[in-house]
Design a protein around this ligand. Structure first.
Ligand code: PLP
Length: 396
Protein backbone atom coordinates (compact mmCIF):
# COMPACT_ATOMS: atom_id res chain seq x y z
CA UNK A 1 0.00 0.00 0.00
CA UNK A 2 2.76 2.45 0.91
CA UNK A 3 4.01 2.58 -2.71
CA UNK A 4 1.07 4.63 -3.96
CA UNK A 5 1.17 6.92 -1.01
CA UNK A 6 4.96 7.30 -1.29
CA UNK A 7 4.58 8.39 -4.93
CA UNK A 8 1.91 10.85 -3.86
CA UNK A 9 4.24 12.39 -1.25
CA UNK A 10 7.24 12.50 -3.57
CA UNK A 11 5.12 14.40 -6.07
CA UNK A 12 4.14 16.96 -3.45
CA UNK A 13 7.76 17.30 -2.30
CA UNK A 14 8.83 17.91 -5.90
CA UNK A 15 6.13 20.54 -6.30
CA UNK A 16 7.34 22.33 -3.18
CA UNK A 17 10.90 22.29 -4.56
CA UNK A 18 9.84 23.48 -8.03
CA UNK A 19 7.92 26.36 -6.48
CA UNK A 20 11.15 27.29 -4.66
CA UNK A 21 9.43 26.88 -1.29
CA UNK A 22 11.43 23.96 0.07
CA UNK A 23 12.85 24.83 3.48
CA UNK A 24 16.43 23.78 4.12
CA UNK A 25 17.70 23.97 7.67
CA UNK A 26 21.11 25.42 8.43
CA UNK A 27 22.90 23.54 11.18
CA UNK A 28 24.38 25.50 14.07
CA UNK A 29 27.16 23.90 16.13
CA UNK A 30 27.60 26.68 18.71
CA UNK A 31 25.20 28.09 21.33
CA UNK A 32 22.56 30.47 20.01
CA UNK A 33 23.79 34.06 20.08
CA UNK A 34 24.87 37.11 18.11
CA UNK A 35 27.83 35.18 16.70
CA UNK A 36 27.16 31.59 15.74
CA UNK A 37 29.10 28.83 14.04
CA UNK A 38 27.57 26.67 11.32
CA UNK A 39 28.49 23.04 10.64
CA UNK A 40 30.23 24.27 7.49
CA UNK A 41 32.75 25.94 9.77
CA UNK A 42 31.52 29.38 8.78
CA UNK A 43 31.13 31.89 11.61
CA UNK A 44 28.31 34.34 10.99
CA UNK A 45 26.49 37.16 12.75
CA UNK A 46 22.96 36.10 13.49
CA UNK A 47 20.25 38.60 12.59
CA UNK A 48 17.33 36.17 12.29
CA UNK A 49 16.81 34.80 15.80
CA UNK A 50 13.97 35.77 18.14
CA UNK A 51 16.71 36.18 20.76
CA UNK A 52 15.61 39.77 21.37
CA UNK A 53 17.16 40.23 24.82
CA UNK A 54 20.19 38.06 24.02
CA UNK A 55 19.24 35.61 26.79
CA UNK A 56 19.48 32.32 24.87
CA UNK A 57 23.00 31.76 26.18
CA UNK A 58 22.90 33.91 29.30
CA UNK A 59 25.21 32.61 32.08
CA UNK A 60 22.77 33.44 34.89
CA UNK A 61 19.95 31.51 33.23
CA UNK A 62 22.25 28.55 32.56
CA UNK A 63 23.35 28.62 36.21
CA UNK A 64 19.71 28.68 37.40
CA UNK A 65 18.82 25.80 35.07
CA UNK A 66 21.84 23.75 36.22
CA UNK A 67 21.10 24.31 39.92
CA UNK A 68 17.51 23.15 39.43
CA UNK A 69 18.72 19.92 37.81
CA UNK A 70 20.30 19.10 41.18
CA UNK A 71 17.37 20.02 43.41
CA UNK A 72 14.38 19.29 41.12
CA UNK A 73 15.69 16.71 38.66
CA UNK A 74 15.31 16.54 34.89
CA UNK A 75 11.73 15.75 33.86
CA UNK A 76 8.23 15.77 35.32
CA UNK A 77 6.78 12.67 33.64
CA UNK A 78 3.33 14.11 34.19
CA UNK A 79 0.78 16.68 33.22
CA UNK A 80 0.28 19.47 35.72
CA UNK A 81 -2.87 18.24 37.45
CA UNK A 82 -1.63 14.71 38.13
CA UNK A 83 1.88 15.15 39.52
CA UNK A 84 3.53 17.68 37.21
CA UNK A 85 3.40 20.83 39.34
CA UNK A 86 6.46 21.94 41.31
CA UNK A 87 6.98 25.02 43.43
CA UNK A 88 9.01 26.35 40.47
CA UNK A 89 6.01 26.17 38.11
CA UNK A 90 3.85 28.06 40.61
CA UNK A 91 6.56 30.64 41.23
CA UNK A 92 7.06 31.30 37.52
CA UNK A 93 3.31 31.70 37.00
CA UNK A 94 3.22 34.28 39.78
CA UNK A 95 6.24 36.12 38.38
CA UNK A 96 4.73 36.33 34.88
CA UNK A 97 1.49 37.78 36.28
CA UNK A 98 3.46 40.38 38.25
CA UNK A 99 5.44 41.30 35.15
CA UNK A 100 2.34 41.95 33.04
CA UNK A 101 0.21 43.37 35.92
CA UNK A 102 -2.32 40.59 35.41
CA UNK A 103 -4.12 38.45 37.99
CA UNK A 104 -3.13 34.87 37.19
CA UNK A 105 -0.99 32.82 34.81
CA UNK A 106 -1.16 29.30 33.39
CA UNK A 107 1.91 27.70 31.77
CA UNK A 108 1.89 25.57 28.62
CA UNK A 109 4.55 23.58 26.77
CA UNK A 110 4.54 26.31 24.09
CA UNK A 111 2.60 29.42 23.10
CA UNK A 112 1.28 27.34 20.21
CA UNK A 113 -0.48 25.29 22.89
CA UNK A 114 -1.57 28.34 24.86
CA UNK A 115 -3.31 29.70 21.75
CA UNK A 116 -4.51 26.26 20.73
CA UNK A 117 -6.16 25.76 24.11
CA UNK A 118 -7.53 29.18 24.96
CA UNK A 119 -10.67 29.58 22.85
CA UNK A 120 -12.47 26.24 22.98
CA UNK A 121 -13.00 26.15 26.76
CA UNK A 122 -14.09 29.79 26.98
CA UNK A 123 -16.53 30.38 24.11
CA UNK A 124 -19.41 28.53 22.41
CA UNK A 125 -21.53 28.90 19.26
CA UNK A 126 -23.45 31.70 20.95
CA UNK A 127 -20.26 33.79 20.98
CA UNK A 128 -17.99 35.42 18.39
CA UNK A 129 -14.24 35.72 17.92
CA UNK A 130 -13.07 38.70 15.88
CA UNK A 131 -9.52 38.07 14.68
CA UNK A 132 -6.91 40.19 12.89
CA UNK A 133 -6.24 38.86 9.38
CA UNK A 134 -2.48 38.55 10.06
CA UNK A 135 -2.70 36.71 13.37
CA UNK A 136 -0.25 33.89 14.05
CA UNK A 137 -1.00 30.36 12.80
CA UNK A 138 -1.54 29.12 16.36
CA UNK A 139 -4.35 31.63 16.90
CA UNK A 140 -5.96 30.58 13.62
CA UNK A 141 -5.74 26.92 14.62
CA UNK A 142 -7.03 27.62 18.13
CA UNK A 143 -10.05 29.42 16.71
CA UNK A 144 -10.73 26.46 14.39
CA UNK A 145 -11.05 24.21 17.45
CA UNK A 146 -13.70 26.47 18.99
CA UNK A 147 -17.41 26.56 18.12
CA UNK A 148 -17.73 30.34 18.36
CA UNK A 149 -18.67 32.32 15.21
CA UNK A 150 -15.58 33.53 13.36
CA UNK A 151 -15.01 37.04 12.04
CA UNK A 152 -11.90 38.65 10.59
CA UNK A 153 -10.78 42.24 10.21
CA UNK A 154 -8.04 43.61 7.97
CA UNK A 155 -4.63 43.87 9.63
CA UNK A 156 -4.61 46.57 12.34
CA UNK A 157 -7.62 48.23 10.67
CA UNK A 158 -9.78 49.64 13.47
CA UNK A 159 -12.51 50.87 11.08
CA UNK A 160 -12.93 47.32 9.79
CA UNK A 161 -12.84 46.00 13.37
CA UNK A 162 -15.69 48.37 14.27
CA UNK A 163 -17.69 47.02 11.32
CA UNK A 164 -17.23 43.46 12.62
CA UNK A 165 -18.26 44.55 16.11
CA UNK A 166 -21.47 46.00 14.67
CA UNK A 167 -22.09 42.83 12.64
CA UNK A 168 -21.76 40.65 15.74
CA UNK A 169 -23.91 42.69 18.12
CA UNK A 170 -26.33 39.76 18.60
CA UNK A 171 -23.66 37.38 19.89
CA UNK A 172 -23.58 36.72 23.62
CA UNK A 173 -19.86 37.31 24.28
CA UNK A 174 -17.29 38.69 21.84
CA UNK A 175 -13.53 38.39 21.96
CA UNK A 176 -11.22 40.50 19.81
CA UNK A 177 -7.89 38.74 19.18
CA UNK A 178 -4.66 40.26 17.92
CA UNK A 179 -0.93 39.70 17.82
CA UNK A 180 0.90 42.45 19.71
CA UNK A 181 3.60 42.72 17.04
CA UNK A 182 3.06 41.24 13.57
CA UNK A 183 6.12 39.25 12.69
CA UNK A 184 6.52 40.08 9.01
CA UNK A 185 6.33 43.90 9.14
CA UNK A 186 7.14 44.46 12.81
CA UNK A 187 4.13 46.76 13.13
CA UNK A 188 2.37 47.02 16.47
CA UNK A 189 -1.37 46.34 16.90
CA UNK A 190 -3.28 49.58 17.64
CA UNK A 191 -4.21 48.19 21.03
CA UNK A 192 -5.28 51.55 22.51
CA UNK A 193 -7.97 51.92 19.83
CA UNK A 194 -8.88 48.24 20.04
CA UNK A 195 -9.49 48.50 23.79
CA UNK A 196 -11.51 51.69 23.23
CA UNK A 197 -13.72 49.88 20.71
CA UNK A 198 -14.00 46.88 23.01
CA UNK A 199 -15.29 49.16 25.75
CA UNK A 200 -17.71 50.88 23.39
CA UNK A 201 -19.13 47.58 22.10
CA UNK A 202 -18.81 45.58 25.29
CA UNK A 203 -16.30 43.07 23.93
CA UNK A 204 -13.21 41.47 25.47
CA UNK A 205 -9.62 41.63 24.18
CA UNK A 206 -6.86 39.05 23.85
CA UNK A 207 -3.35 39.98 22.75
CA UNK A 208 -0.53 37.58 21.89
CA UNK A 209 2.66 39.23 23.10
CA UNK A 210 5.05 36.62 21.67
CA UNK A 211 7.08 39.13 19.61
CA UNK A 212 6.45 42.07 21.97
CA UNK A 213 7.07 40.73 25.49
CA UNK A 214 10.50 41.86 26.61
CA UNK A 215 10.72 44.07 23.54
CA UNK A 216 7.97 46.67 23.24
CA UNK A 217 7.41 49.34 25.87
CA UNK A 218 10.07 51.11 27.90
CA UNK A 219 10.48 48.17 30.30
CA UNK A 220 9.50 45.45 27.83
CA UNK A 221 6.07 44.74 29.30
CA UNK A 222 4.74 44.61 25.76
CA UNK A 223 2.06 46.41 23.81
CA UNK A 224 -0.09 47.07 26.90
CA UNK A 225 2.81 49.08 28.31
CA UNK A 226 3.39 50.96 25.05
CA UNK A 227 -0.22 52.19 25.10
CA UNK A 228 -0.40 52.59 28.86
CA UNK A 229 -3.17 50.00 29.25
CA UNK A 230 -1.42 47.47 31.47
CA UNK A 231 -3.94 45.12 33.10
CA UNK A 232 -6.72 46.41 30.83
CA UNK A 233 -7.02 43.41 28.48
CA UNK A 234 -8.67 40.21 29.60
CA UNK A 235 -6.18 37.74 28.09
CA UNK A 236 -2.48 37.89 27.20
CA UNK A 237 -0.63 34.95 25.69
CA UNK A 238 3.12 34.74 25.20
CA UNK A 239 6.13 32.51 24.79
CA UNK A 240 9.27 31.70 26.75
CA UNK A 241 10.82 30.81 23.40
CA UNK A 242 11.67 34.29 22.12
CA UNK A 243 12.87 37.25 24.23
CA UNK A 244 12.21 35.34 27.47
CA UNK A 245 15.25 33.04 27.29
CA UNK A 246 14.44 31.29 24.04
CA UNK A 247 14.14 27.73 25.38
CA UNK A 248 10.56 26.44 25.36
CA UNK A 249 7.24 27.15 27.02
CA UNK A 250 4.24 29.40 26.70
CA UNK A 251 1.66 31.02 28.92
CA UNK A 252 -1.73 32.62 29.18
CA UNK A 253 -2.04 35.39 31.74
CA UNK A 254 -5.01 37.55 32.59
CA UNK A 255 -8.26 37.50 34.56
CA UNK A 256 -8.19 34.90 37.30
CA UNK A 257 -11.51 33.22 36.44
CA UNK A 258 -10.40 32.79 32.84
CA UNK A 259 -7.18 31.10 33.97
CA UNK A 260 -9.15 28.99 36.45
CA UNK A 261 -11.40 27.64 33.68
CA UNK A 262 -8.36 26.98 31.47
CA UNK A 263 -6.78 24.87 34.24
CA UNK A 264 -9.97 22.81 34.34
CA UNK A 265 -10.74 22.55 30.64
CA UNK A 266 -7.86 23.56 28.35
CA UNK A 267 -6.86 20.44 26.46
CA UNK A 268 -3.17 21.15 25.73
CA UNK A 269 -2.79 21.87 29.47
CA UNK A 270 -4.68 18.79 30.64
CA UNK A 271 -3.23 16.31 28.16
CA UNK A 272 0.37 17.42 27.59
CA UNK A 273 3.46 17.30 29.78
CA UNK A 274 4.66 20.03 32.16
CA UNK A 275 7.68 22.10 31.18
CA UNK A 276 10.84 20.73 32.83
CA UNK A 277 11.77 22.30 36.18
CA UNK A 278 15.01 23.73 34.74
CA UNK A 279 13.01 25.80 32.26
CA UNK A 280 10.79 27.10 35.06
CA UNK A 281 13.84 27.88 37.23
CA UNK A 282 15.57 29.76 34.43
CA UNK A 283 12.30 31.54 33.65
CA UNK A 284 12.05 32.78 37.23
CA UNK A 285 15.64 34.07 37.09
CA UNK A 286 14.88 35.70 33.72
CA UNK A 287 11.88 37.66 35.02
CA UNK A 288 13.84 38.73 38.11
CA UNK A 289 16.68 39.92 35.92
CA UNK A 290 14.63 42.03 33.52
CA UNK A 291 12.62 43.45 36.41
CA UNK A 292 15.66 44.40 38.53
CA UNK A 293 17.32 46.30 35.70
CA UNK A 294 16.31 47.69 32.34
CA UNK A 295 19.74 47.43 30.70
CA UNK A 296 18.77 44.72 28.22
CA UNK A 297 15.56 46.44 27.16
CA UNK A 298 17.42 49.75 26.81
CA UNK A 299 20.16 48.12 24.77
CA UNK A 300 17.66 46.42 22.48
CA UNK A 301 15.85 49.72 21.86
CA UNK A 302 19.16 51.48 21.23
CA UNK A 303 20.28 48.75 18.82
CA UNK A 304 16.99 48.77 16.91
CA UNK A 305 17.00 52.56 16.53
CA UNK A 306 20.67 52.57 15.53
CA UNK A 307 20.30 49.86 12.89
CA UNK A 308 17.12 51.27 11.37
CA UNK A 309 18.54 54.79 11.21
CA UNK A 310 21.68 53.44 9.53
CA UNK A 311 19.66 51.54 6.94
CA UNK A 312 17.35 54.45 6.16
CA UNK A 313 20.38 56.67 5.82
CA UNK A 314 21.68 54.37 3.08
CA UNK A 315 18.37 54.72 1.24
CA UNK A 316 16.84 51.34 2.06
CA UNK A 317 13.06 51.11 2.14
CA UNK A 318 12.17 50.05 5.70
CA UNK A 319 8.65 49.18 6.86
CA UNK A 320 7.46 51.35 9.75
CA UNK A 321 8.19 49.38 12.93
CA UNK A 322 7.92 49.80 16.69
CA UNK A 323 9.50 46.46 17.47
CA UNK A 324 12.88 44.77 17.05
CA UNK A 325 11.83 43.54 13.61
CA UNK A 326 13.15 45.51 10.64
CA UNK A 327 11.70 44.59 7.24
CA UNK A 328 14.03 45.67 4.44
CA UNK A 329 11.72 45.88 1.42
CA UNK A 330 13.03 44.48 -1.88
CA UNK A 331 9.62 43.59 -3.45
CA UNK A 332 11.10 41.00 -5.84
CA UNK A 333 11.20 37.36 -4.65
CA UNK A 334 14.33 36.34 -6.58
CA UNK A 335 16.16 39.46 -5.42
CA UNK A 336 15.30 38.72 -1.77
CA UNK A 337 16.87 35.25 -2.09
CA UNK A 338 19.98 36.50 -3.92
CA UNK A 339 20.43 39.31 -1.44
CA UNK A 340 20.20 36.97 1.58
CA UNK A 341 22.61 34.48 -0.03
CA UNK A 342 25.16 37.25 -0.73
CA UNK A 343 24.80 38.54 2.84
CA UNK A 344 25.58 35.07 4.19
CA UNK A 345 28.80 35.08 2.17
CA UNK A 346 29.58 38.35 3.92
CA UNK A 347 28.95 36.67 7.27
CA UNK A 348 25.47 38.08 7.92
CA UNK A 349 22.73 35.54 8.51
CA UNK A 350 19.26 36.81 7.58
CA UNK A 351 16.28 35.33 5.76
CA UNK A 352 14.53 36.62 2.64
CA UNK A 353 10.74 36.19 2.73
CA UNK A 354 8.41 36.16 -0.26
CA UNK A 355 4.95 34.96 -1.31
CA UNK A 356 3.10 33.13 0.23
CA UNK A 357 4.76 34.05 3.54
CA UNK A 358 4.21 37.73 2.68
CA UNK A 359 1.83 39.17 0.03
CA UNK A 360 2.81 38.91 -3.68
CA UNK A 361 5.26 41.62 -4.71
CA UNK A 362 6.18 42.33 -1.08
CA UNK A 363 9.40 40.29 -0.82
CA UNK A 364 11.80 41.45 1.81
CA UNK A 365 14.66 40.61 4.13
CA UNK A 366 13.64 40.49 7.75
CA UNK A 367 16.29 41.63 10.21
CA UNK A 368 15.79 40.93 13.90
CA UNK A 369 17.76 43.01 16.36
CA UNK A 370 18.94 41.81 19.74
CA UNK A 371 20.39 43.16 22.96
CA UNK A 372 23.06 40.52 22.29
CA UNK A 373 24.36 42.54 19.33
CA UNK A 374 27.29 44.87 19.92
CA UNK A 375 27.79 48.07 17.97
CA UNK A 376 30.48 46.42 15.84
CA UNK A 377 27.98 43.72 14.84
CA UNK A 378 25.45 46.33 13.77
CA UNK A 379 28.06 48.29 11.84
CA UNK A 380 29.25 45.16 10.09
CA UNK A 381 25.68 44.29 9.08
CA UNK A 382 24.97 47.82 7.83
CA UNK A 383 28.20 47.80 5.79
CA UNK A 384 27.30 44.43 4.28
CA UNK A 385 23.82 45.68 3.36
CA UNK A 386 25.44 48.73 1.76
CA UNK A 387 27.88 46.63 -0.25
CA UNK A 388 25.32 44.11 -1.52
CA UNK A 389 22.65 46.79 -1.95
CA UNK A 390 24.93 48.66 -4.35
CA UNK A 391 26.08 45.48 -6.07
CA UNK A 392 22.47 44.40 -6.74
CA UNK A 393 21.29 47.89 -7.65
CA UNK A 394 18.92 48.28 -4.69
CA UNK A 395 20.55 51.49 -3.47
CA UNK A 396 22.77 54.02 -5.21
C1 PLP B 1 6.30 32.39 18.00
C2 PLP B 1 4.87 32.66 18.20
C3 PLP B 1 4.01 31.72 18.77
C4 PLP B 1 4.48 30.32 19.12
O1 PLP B 1 5.28 30.33 20.25
P1 PLP B 1 5.95 28.94 20.72
O2 PLP B 1 6.12 29.12 22.18
O3 PLP B 1 7.22 28.80 19.96
O4 PLP B 1 4.98 27.86 20.39
C5 PLP B 1 2.70 32.07 19.00
N1 PLP B 1 2.23 33.29 18.66
C6 PLP B 1 3.02 34.21 18.07
C7 PLP B 1 2.45 35.54 17.72
C8 PLP B 1 4.36 33.92 17.81
O5 PLP B 1 5.12 34.83 17.22
Amino acid sequence: MYNNYQNHLVKIIDEIKEAGLYKNERIIVSPQGAEIELNTGQKVLNFCANNYLGLSNNPLLIEAAKASLDDHGYGMSSVRFICGTTDLHKELEKKIAEFFSTEETILYAACFDANGGVFEPLLTEEDAIISDSLNHASIIDGIRLCKAQRYRYENADVADLEKQLQLTHNQRFRLIVTDGVFSMDGNVAPLDKIVELANKYNAMVMVDESHSAGVVGKTGRGVTELFNIKGKVEIITGTLGKAFGGAIGGFTTGKKEIVEILRQRSRPYLFSNSIPPMVAAAGIRMIEMITETNVLQDKLHYNSDYFIAGMKNLGFDIKPTKSAICAVMLYDARLSQDFAARLLQEGIYVIGFYFPVVPKGQARIRVQLSAGHEKEHLDKAIRAFEKIGKELGVIK
